[in-house]
Design a protein. Structure first.
Length: 488
């Protein structure tokens, strides 16, 4: 079978390409973290914008970890197949928005060179929460983060996200070029303001005048992104070949639903992302809080409780009536902590979430969602729990999710088999687990008191007591029994 390439575009089935010539459009966006989610979300929406309105807005992608994707897309002229899988069947579309992807590990110039190019007007990021190295209490750069610490020592040859952005902006300023806009697309609360604080804080330590210039001149709009995108498998690649007639080693699959809410602050211009369904607003915070608390909070609950109870996939967990009931309870509890949102029916949004989680065509692994819990729980579980406590709302849904995370942190399933936590604080977590043994109260207390993790108002009260009680039940009777009992 012939490999997907630019010459194949004219031979694709009707509807599998958007009908524009990718080579006719220049590159205007640099994206850090060109993994599956970016290709299913921002790149796909940019593809629609190019087809609708044109412009030099193609994407130069950067892989911060592996060179494999860069090599694969290079062999396919940057093209890949995006498969939407839903109740109406499977639909394939070949995306042409990516010009190239480069591997940046050990080669900062692969990123800094394009950042210095005035043709690059936007830098977008999906690097996961743990990669930024931001002290959220500031917000500021976190000197304890290994990449931040290394880049403080060698700011002209950075390896981390903050260091790369600061050095790229330094070069723009030195050359007299306008700065690029920095658009965070990760699940961080008020992500634009948070990233701005980290970048300015980093710059303040290495070049105070540069920090002032960044604070005055660089736009950091916030955004909220949503599209469930599981890891691709060999079955994904086989399906892409069947739907398009071409071999594609970079094919990915996702759900039909896609949402992007963006604060409209782009001094150097932007693509017509609205043509791909993006919504531009003055304030993203309410939408962001809705998604983090309702979708991501329930996802975390399903991931931890589902994984320990033997459900490898989210759809399997949602086929368990008891766990599905707890997921819906979590969604409703999170919704009750939110202010009204214009144009959004929170109950309908919650019903839609449950249906998306149960989508039988999407194989989203609970273990994949479970990673980096220490970075996710503060905004997904602890934040809404604090708001719920203030108004006397029942804390038990949040306590159950917290207990499920603590049980997962033990690092062994119910047969005793070990698994990797894949958490940036796994050394600290392992020390707490070893000290606590199987003592639920000691384990829960130690985890909640990891520095900077849990708001003080959730400690030494009903929330901690309920979480410890539920964790004890999970350890003593097993997760499946605990889930059934809680749902009843």
């Amino acid at each position: 079978m012939t490999r997907l390439s630019r010459s194949a575009l004219a031979q694709l089935p009707v509807g599998a390409a958007r009908g524009y010539d990718p080579a006719a459009h220049g590159v205007g966006i640099l994206h850090l973290g060109a993994g599956a989610f970016h290709r299913a979300h921002q790149a796909a929406i940019t593809d629609a914008a190019l087809a609708a309105s044109g412009g030099d807005w193609r994407i130069a992608g950067v892989s911060l970890r592996s060179a494999d994707l860069a090599k694969t897309l290079a062999s396919q002229d940057g093209l890949y197949t995006l498969i939407e899988r839903g109740a109406q069947g499977d639909r394939a579309r070949v995306i042409g928005a990516i010009d190239r992807v480069v591997a940046a590990r050990g080669t900062p110039e692969a990123v800094l060179g394009p950042m210095s190019d005035p043709a690059i007007r936007i830098v977008t990021l999906t690097v996961t929460e743990k990669a930024y190295g931001i002290d959220r209490s500031g917000p500021d750069a976190d000197p304890a983060h290994p990449d931040v610490a290394a880049d403080f020592e060698r700011p002209a040859a950075p390896r981390g996200v903050l260091g790369l952005l600061v050095e790229g902006l330094r070069r723009r300023r030195a050359a007299g070029h306008a700065p690029f806009t920095v658009l965070c697309c990760d699940n961080l609360p008020e992500n634009g303001a948070l990233l701005r604080g980290g970048v300015v804080g980093f710059a303040r330590r290495v070049d105070p005048e540069l920090a002032d210039w960044i604070a005055a001149k660089v736009a950091f709009p916030s955004s909220m992104v949503d599209r469930i995108t599981p890891a691709a498998t060999e079955a994904t690649l086989a399906l892409a070949a069947r739907l398009t007639g071409f071999e594609d080693a970079a094919a990915i699959e996702t759900e039909p639903f896609c949402q992007w809410v963006i604060e409209d602050r782009f001094p150097q211009g932007r693509p017509d992302w609205a043509a791909g369904g993006a919504i531009f607003v003055d304030d993203v915070a309410l939408y962001e809080r809705m998604k983090l608390r309702m979708l991501n909070g329930a996802h975390s609950l399903i991931a931890y409780a589902g994984f320990i109870s033997g459900h490898a996939l989210v759809r399997e967990a949602m086929a368990d009536p008891a766990l599905a009931a707890l997921a819906r309870r979590q969604i409703a509890a999170a919704a009750a902590t939110l202010d009204p949102l214009p144009g959004i029916d929170l109950a309908a949004y919650g019903d839609e979430l449950a249906a998306r989680f149960a989508n039988p065509a999407i194989a989203h692994e609970t273990y994949q969602i479970a990673m980096d819990g220490s970075q996710k729980l503060p905004q997904r579980i602890f934040g809404p729990a604090c708001d719920a406590q203030l108004v006397g709302q029942d804390l038990r849904p949040f306590a159950f999710a917290t207990a499920a995370w603590a049980r997962y942190c033990m690092g062994r399933d119910e047969s005793g088999e070990r698994y990797a936590l894949r958490d940036p604080r796994e050394v600290e977590i392992a020390a707490v687990v070893e000290a606590a043994g199987d003592g639920a109260r000691a384990l829960l207390a130690g985890l909640l008191r990891l520095p900077g993790l849990t708001p003080a108002e959730l400690l030494d009260g009903a929330f901690e007591a309920q979480s410890a009680e539920i964790l004890h039940d999970m350890i003593e009777r097993g997760m499946a029994t605990a889930i059934a009992g809680e749902a009843a």
